[in-house]
Design a protein around this ligand. Structure first.
Ligand SMILES: [Zn+2]
Length: 231
């Protein structure tokens, strides 16, 4: 069972008009239920299986926009400043994230190089750009239909964005290399560490239901107020 401010859909908040209610499918048991507007910081759970349905996130769009802009700046910095430096016998060499990818490609690990490039650079960049475009587009409803495609794309690239996994790998390698050479942590390492938390905060602040509700649908077809259960 959820926190004390979480109530089954059928038994919470004052009665809302049909226009204000959203038809929502439970992500666990598929039960369709009408959800009235939630008061701030309240959550709703499924009337049948108690699975969490959604949580009210105050100022979701503004918070997401601010966090996404900050994440975009950090990602840019993380990819242009050095990530790691090695010092052996008085000689120093630094590399960036992309420099590491190029080096892996040259050493014959093309598959790993492509995976690192996609999971640590391309996917986080697409994740941020998708969300920025969605938030900017839905700020003035009705939002165009292509926002729906972006929302699907955002869910896909979010699962492939794995900066934290790369950082973990780098830290393990650092410990092994430390016996052979002096390792100099670069600025990008700290920026990427901050980015992991920023991306998590950005995803937590974003309420997909708000975006879905503001998309303009073609006449005669549309969501009929149905929002995805994942919100
Ligand atoms: Zn359910």
């Amino acid at each position: 069972m959820m926190a004390s401010d979480s109530l089954p859909v059928a038994a919470q908040v004052p009665a809302a008009s049909a226009a204000e209610e959203t038809l929502l499918a439970c992500p666990d048991c598929d039960l369709l239920q009408r959800l009235p507007p939630l008061p701030p910081h309240h959550a709703a759970s499924c009337a049948r299986c108690q699975a969490p349905l959604c949580r009210h996130k105050p100022d979701s769009l503004e918070r997401t926009l601010a966090l996404a802009l900050a994440a975009a700046i950090l990602l840019l910095i993380a990819n242009v400043v050095p990530m790691l430096g090695l010092s052996v016998a008085g000689r120093e060499a630094f590399t960036t994230v992309l420099g590491g990818v190029v080096e892996m490609w040259r050493e014959g690990s093309q598959v790993v190089a492509m995976l690192v490039l996609f999971a640590a650079v391309i996917a986080p960049a697409l994740e941020i750009v998708c969300l920025l475009l969605v938030v900017l587009a839905v700020r003035h409803p009705p939002a165009p239909h292509w926002v729906a495609t972006l929302l699907h794309g955002y869910e896909f690239v979010r699962e492939w964005s794995m900066i934290e996994i790369m950082l973990l790998g780098v830290l393990v390698a650092l410990i092994k290399i430390a016996e052979l050479a002096t390792v100099i942590p670069g600025l990008a390492l700290f920026v990427l560490g901050s980015l992991v938390f920023l991306l998590a905060a950005m995803a937590a602040a974003f309420d997909p239901r708000v975006a879905w509700q503001r998309i303009e649908w073609a006449a005669g077809r549309g969501p009929d107020g149905i929002a995805g259960g994942r919100g």
